[in-house]
Design a protein around this ligand. Structure first.
Ligand SMILES: Nc1ncnc2c1ncn2[C@@H]1O[C@H](COP(=O)(O)OP(=O)(O)O)[C@@H](O)[C@H]1O
Ligand SMILES: [Mg+2]
Length: 275
């Protein structure tokens, strides 16, 4: 159906820099889909909620889960779910759930769930509330191997029911990368383009505090443009020059990020990175 889009994915956890605790947790949950785990008495994993600022690898993680678990990735188009006639959304939601279950084992990816369910319920006659209720009830009762991966850039607009323990197996905060994490992301992004690179990264790591993973990738691409225009190979100096031109989102959206960090530190979400 058009509500569920099949997403081909080649990403693997090895493409994710940092987020070591999250990757470790995912490995454990993957094992729980085996017959051995079932005999052991483990329940099927339900899903995970990934929250964090833009560009920290939430979508990348959803793709990596499906690919490394060899499951189809079905992305729910939340916008389409709510489009059209009042009342149609609930029927479409039940239909969507049936289709996902028919594909099990699979990963159901609800990307940017805060956009779909974060609206004002008074403005849509309660439709989003009822659709959310349908999804949450299904998640609580489901016995099928549909692993739900939801992502959100913020939690301030998310309904409390969604964040309550027991809906998802776990809620992870994907924060901006630490210095060590920036090092591994830069190295990953460079090796994607120059598999044998030997660029020194210490100064660059220093100059990119506050950058997201996406902004680190953007820095690498910008450095390549700089050098390519001069018909030469790029190096450390180009990367440093490129980094100085990027204004990281964290500088402009600082308050929003701090609110999210404060929320998560109250024990409501686990840090995706170790420590
Ligand atoms: N932790 C990371 N490790 C490696 N690359 C990353 C990481 N975070 C972001 N990126 C790069 O930035 C791109 C965009 O990230 P994305 O997963 O779409 O961010 P989000 O969904 O959190 O906004 C990714 O495809 C990847 O190339
Ligand atoms: Mg995303």
């Amino acid at each position: 159906s058009e509500l569920l889009e099949y997403c081909p994915s080649e990403a693997s956890p090895a493409d994710i820099g940092g987020h070591e605790a999250l990757k470790h947790w995912l490995e454990q949950r993957h094992m729980a889909f085996s017959e051995e785990a079932m005999r052991y008495g483990l329940p099927l994993p339900r899903g995970v909620l990934l929250v964090g600022p833009q560009g920290t690898g939430k979508s990348l993680t959803a793709k990596a889960i499906a690919h490394s678990w060899s499951m189809p990735l079905l992305r729910l188009d939340v916008g389409r779910l709510f489009a059209g006639l009042v009342g149609a959304s609930e029927a479409r939601t039940r239909d969507m759930i049936q289709r996902a279950e028919a594909m099990a084992p699979c990963v159901l990816w609800i990307d940017e769930i805060d956009k779909g369910f974060g609206g004002d319920s008074r403005s849509d006659g309660g439709t989003s509330q009822r659709v959310l209720g349908t999804v949450l009830t299904w998640m609580a009762e489901k016995t099928s191997a549909v692993f739900v991966v939801a992502t959100a850039n913020g939690v301030d607009k998310l309904p409390g029911e969604l964040l309550r323990k027991g809906r998802f197996d776990e809620i992870f905060l994907l924060d901006l990368p630490s210095a060590d994490e920036r090092h591994s992301i830069l190295d990953l992004q460079l090796r994607r383009r120059r598999p044998k690179h030997s660029i020194t990264l210490e100064v660059l790591v220093d100059r990119t505090a506050g950058f997201s993973g996406a902004e680190l990738e953007q820095t690498v691409i910008e450095a390549m443009h700089l050098a390519f225009a001069e018909q030469r190979e790029f190096g450390e100096a180009d990367l440093i020059a490129a980094a100085s031109q990027v204004v990281p989102l964290s500088r402009t959206a600082r308050e929003q990020l701090e609110a999210l960090q404060a929320w998560a530190s109250g024990g409501r979400a686990r840090p995706a990175s170790r420590g």
